[in-house]
Design a protein around this ligand. Structure first.
Ligand SMILES: Cc1cc2nc3c(=O)[nH]c(=O)nc-3n(C[C@H](O)[C@H](O)[C@H](O)COP(=O)(O)OP(=O)(O)OC[C@H]3O[C@@H](n4cnc5c(N)ncnc54)[C@H](O)[C@@H]3O)c2cc1C
Length: 337
């Protein structure tokens, strides 16, 4: 546990790729650096994927291995990391220092500047039965975490973006006997190359793609331990069908982890932090935002790490002249991509 009475040069909130990249630069600049991570393990979303093929310098690497290398590199320059520390408040003291509360003000950490990089969380369907069947571990939001439980089973995949396309292929080629995949539109939102890979796997791996369908209800078995069936509705005809599946994978997007910042920073309608896209500066001087939490983020590893680097370099300017803070925030709401 880091000292709560120590005053750091910079506190980084979130130990994902953006936070780790920022820490690499600040620690290497000899600024005392503390990373606060709410989970037991830093690493962020990329830990959930086995194959990263689009991070420059790596032909193919698992998210876990890539993060291990980032963590080792950052620790080598002296950055401290505190896990199970969920930041829930930031405020400026009269002397200009910034205070960061964690875990309901269980601890307060102090720094000259803060880089906020809390990323995003899974979005829910919000239909009856989802919460109960999530607790019964029959509804999942992470193929890498839970795919192995569905060896030889029939699962329903819901979603039409990159994660839905990529993870359907991942599940079908490794574990499942059959996948029914539904999406609310007549076309997928996913990148063309991922959609092509999905359709290429349909016959060999027993994937039934149904468009445009939405889920209506997840109905539990009598004892509540399994899914009995899922009701799905054809958006064009309104007809409701019952689908007998063993599990449901939900890939319908992310929510930025910024609710706790709504009274601290300017946040847009989608929950993304309004930060200057060239400098990562937010509406509160001394506080930068980096990665998937900020407006117009491209939601990629390379861009998240780039944001962290930009924030860390701008921090030098801020320390040189704190009064020079000025911000051009994103001029549109929501995610820019
Ligand atoms: C399944 C999957 C596959 C992907 N594959 C690729 C890929 O192949 N290539 C690619 O470029 N991108 C990929 N991505 C996207 C990539 O993972 C993200 O763009 C990237 O991780 C964003 O980094 P980040 O640091 O902004 O946020 P995150 O990775 O979300 O990290 C944020 C961190 O902050 C922590 N945190 C949140 N709130 C708090 C708080 N209040 N206090 C303290 N800590 C907090 C979280 O626990 C987390 O560790 C994939 C994403 C997923 C989900």
């Amino acid at each position: 546990m880091p000292q709560t009475d120590k005053e750091y040069d910079v506190i980084i909130i979130g130990g994902g790729p953006a936070g780790l990249a920022a820490a690499l630069y600040t620690a290497r600049d000899r600024y005392s650096t503390l990373i606060l991570e709410k989970n037991g393990l830093p690493g962020g979303q990329i830990m959930l994927t086995e194959h990263v093929e689009n991070y420059p310098g790596y032909q193919k690497i698992s998210g876990f291995d890539l993060i291990e290398q980032m963590k080792t590199q950052v620790a080598g320059f002296g950055a401290e990391t505190a896990t199970s520390q969920a930041a829930d408040g930031i405020r400026r003291r009269d002397d200009g220092m910034l205070e960061v509360d964690v875990n309901g003000a269980e601890h307060t950490y102090v720094a000259r500047s803060v880089i906020v990089s809390p990323g995003s969380d899974y979005r829910n369907l919000g239909i009856p039965g989802e919460t109960e069947m999530r607790q019964a571990t029959r509804v999942s939001y992470c193929a890498t975490c839970d795919g192995a439980f569905y060896r030889g089973k029939h699962v329903l995949v819901i979603g039409g973006g990159n994660t839905a396309a990529e993870d359907t292929v991942y599940l079908a080629t490794r574990f499942t006997d059959k996948i029914t995949m539904i999406h609310r539109r007549t076309e997928f939102r996913a990148e063309k190359v991922l959609v092509e890979e999905l359709y290429a796997a349909v016959d060999e791996h027993n994937i039934d793609i149904r468009l445009p369908y939405v889920p209506v209800e997840i109905v539990a078995s009598e004892d509540g331990s399994d899914i009995d069936h899922v009701k799905i509705r054809n958006v064009e005809t309104d007809a409701v069908e019952e689908l007998c599946v063993d599990g449901v994978f939900v890939f319908v997007g992310m929510n930025p982890n910024t609710a706790w910042l709504k009274d601290v920073l300017d946040i847009d309608e989608g929950g993304y932090i309004q930060a200057d896209p060239l400098t990562m500066k937010t509406s509160l001087p001394g506080v930068f935002a980096a990665g998937d939490c900020r407006c117009q983020a491209a939601m990629q590893l390379a861009t998240a790490t780039a944001d962290g680097v930009v924030a860390a370099m701008q921090l030098r300017e801020y320390f040189r002249d704190p009064s020079s803070w000025s911000v051009d925030t994103c001029d549109q709401s929501g995610q820019g991509w």
